[in-house]
Design a protein around this ligand. Structure first.
Ligand code: CP
Ligand code: NVA
Length: 305
């Protein structure tokens, strides 16, 4: 319905568009962008799950671009009492100029996008976390000078982050080695599509994945909504901690990334998260810059390229 553009997953932007988006985000990061293309507009932010970074970066980012952000949770909106997703989408559509959603089922975000004419931005689903991966690639730009020819090692769960890394590797052409325990692979169709490029591989051994990598990255063992699986997952992921020994397998100049929140002593040791190769605070800051670029383009008419 409608000719608007949404951002639900990385492939919603072409490789060329992603390059321009990173250039725009980089200008924002350097403090070289002062326009307010969202002046007089409103952004609805629907959070069906908790958030620190996504909430603050979208709220502050929208405000910096001139928009009024609305923070909405199931306690505040009728969606939490069973109002249909498509009814909510059609109502918000009449009042705001963009909608950011964080929820469980990816299909709910797709349904929102079908029913709302205004741009819909995915702030995390069980399947995808595309805004975070944009921030991670921007951090590669910042600290490694780009992503071309680089190798990223993903250690741990084949979750929403892993799926969005697969999409990014497919679209941008870097090498991605995923090390996941059996039974915790990425989404089969997203993985297969990425593997067809010949640059994405699924391994079982974290050491092998990290060998010579430029980026070593991981995420929690139990994502939001999987809290009751924590004990079983802790057993399955015991060999999948990013520690000093694993970082030694990577390039000497390799960086460590983590979307946060992190659990020191589980998926990452404190020495790595707080160590000299960690770029996690820049990575978190880059959420602000890259999402401002996305909002400026989708909601503010900022041209790409
Ligand atoms: N990385 C990330 O999305 O963090 P929040 O859950 O705090 O938004
Ligand atoms: N995989 C994690 C990411 C949190 C930002 C989750 O979905 O909970």
């Amino acid at each position: 319905m409608g000719a608007h553009r949404d951002f639900l997953a990385i492939p919603d932007f072409s490789a060329a568009e992603l390059r321009s988006l990173f250039a725009l985000a980089d200008r924002m990061r350097r403090g070289e962008y002062h326009a307010r293309p969202l002046q007089g507009k409103a952004l609805a932010m629907l959070f069906m799950k908790s958030s620190t970074r996504t909430r603050v970066s979208f709220e502050v980012g929208a405000w910096q671009l001139g928009a009024h952000p609305l923070f909405l949770t199931p306690r505040d909106v009728q969606l939490g009492r069973g109002e249909a997703v498509n009814d909510t989408a059609r109502v918000l559509d009449r009042m705001v100029d963009g909608i950011m959603i964080r929820t469980f089922a990816h299909a709910d975000v797709e349904e929102f996008a079908r029913y709302a004419q205004v741009p819909v931005i995915n702030g995390l689903t069980d399947l995808q976390h595309p805004c975070q991966i944009l921030a991670d690639v921007l951090t590669m730009h910042q600290h490694l000078g780009g992503y071309e020819g680089k190798t990223v090692a993903w250690i741990g769960d084949g979750n929403n982050m892993a799926n969005s890394w697969c999409d990014a590797a497919m679209q941008l052409g870097f090498t991605l080695r995923l090390a996941c325990p059996e039974g915790y692979d990425p989404d089969p169709s997203i993985l297969a599509r990425a593997q067809a490029t010949g640059r994405v591989s699924l391994l079982r051994d974290p050491q092998e994945a990290a060998q010579g990598a430029d980026v070593v990255t991981t995420d929690v063992w139990a994502s939001m909504g999987q809290e009751e699986e924590q004990a079983a997952r802790a057993r399955a992921f015991a060999r999948f901690q990013v520690d000093g020994a694993l970082m030694k397998r990577a390039n000497r100049a390799a960086i460590f990334l983590h979307c946060l929140p992190a659990h020191r002593g589980e998926e990452v040791s404190a020495e790595v998260l707080d160590g000299p190769q960690s770029r996690v605070w820049d990575e978190a800051e880059n959420r602000l810059h890259v999402q401002k670029a996305v909002m400026a383009v989708l909601m503010g008419g900022e041209p790409l390229g």
